[in-house]
Design a protein around this ligand. Structure first.
Ligand SMILES: CC(C)=CCNc1ncnc2c1ncn2[C@@H]1O[C@H](COP(=O)(O)O)[C@@H](O)[C@H]1O
Length: 273
């Protein structure tokens, strides 16, 4: 056989003679050679972003009722805020909620610790940061994300309430993202509970007085947040909001069924005529 008659099949492709590539597809995949800039290109990033959604959805889709707890990465064990975080994590777990945090240190750790010690599922959605950091020791199930925006989707999609403990920019970002989503109807009937009247009071007053009087928010927008110091109240507010939602959904479903039955009867009468 001459070289011109040689054939190579590569999946659905057929190469003959001079067209036969020097290497196989597998070889090109597995041999580390050539420039690797493509790893940093946007099309490749899109796949990486997609894979983060897939991993996140995979881990979280079977989680039951859950509450995300946000708060400072910097507040250490032994402080009042840390103890508060632990108590709230425990209370939520005992009330049947999975506790989801950012998986980091500080008040995220406190909430995970409380939840784990109360025997409830304790989840951490970590984020890759420029400095070395791993999920805290009280995370039972966790994912570490590369992208903040993917991770944020997970907090919203898989929890039915947010608890916001004292914190800095990261916590403020999460608070304002959540109330913006509620305000714009992207997530509906979603309780957002701020814990720490002394810590949050100034901000809440400013929102009530300044933002409302300037007309940059609706008069009832401040009511999207519930402010308390009492850990017991955190769980009560969330559980009550969820019970109200369930009752509303049930009565809507009942109304739908009745409406369908009435229109069915009307159709039957029309058909008889
Ligand atoms: C010691 C240190 C700064 C560690 C940072 N490590 C972190 N690990 C995981 N989530 C984080 C981290 N820093 C900020 N966040 C996110 O932002 C919030 C805390 O930010 P901050 O400390 O309030 O502004 C958390 O609810 C969390 O979702």
């Amino acid at each position: 056989m001459t070289d011109a008659d040689k054939i190579r099949r590569a999946g659905p492709l057929t190469y003959r003679g001079r067209a036969i590539p020097e290497t196989t597809t597998d070889q090109r995949l597995l041999d580390r050679r050539g420039p690797v800039d493509w790893v940093h290109t946007d099309p490749w990033r899109v796949l990486r972003i997609q894979s983060e959604f897939v991993e996140g959805f995979g881990l979280l889709s079977e989680v039951g009722p859950a509450v995300s707890v946000f708060g400072s990465a910097r507040i250490r064990p032994g402080s009042d805020h840390y103890r508060l975080g632990e108590t709230i994590g425990g209370d939520l777990a005992r009330a049947g909620y999975t506790v989801i945090t950012g998986g980091g240190p500080g008040l995220m750790e406190a909430a995970n610790k409380g939840a784990q010690e109360a025997g409830g599922p304790s989840i951490g959605l970590g984020i890759e940061l420029p400095f070395e950091q791993s999920l805290n020791d009280y995370v039972d199930m966790g994912v570490t994300f590369r992208y903040f925006f993917v991770r944020k989707t997970m907090f919203v999609k898989y929890s039915q309430a947010f608890v916001v403990l004292p914190g800095g920019f990261g916590t403020l970002d999460e608070l304002f993202e959540s109330i913006t989503l509620v305000q714009t109807g992207k997530v509906t009937r979603f309780p957002v509970v701020l814990v720490g009247t002394d810590f949050w009071g100034g901000l809440v007053d400013w929102i009530r007085d300044r933002l409302r009087s300037e007309g940059v928010i609706s008069p009832d927008d401040p009511d999207l947040m519930y402010l308390t110091d009492d850990p017991g109240e955190v769980v009560d507010v969330i559980a009550k909001a969820h019970a109200d939602m369930a009752a509303r959904r049930e009565s809507e479903a009942r109304r739908d069924t009745e409406a369908r039955a009435v229109s069915g009867e009307a159709e039957a009468i029309r058909d008889e005529r």
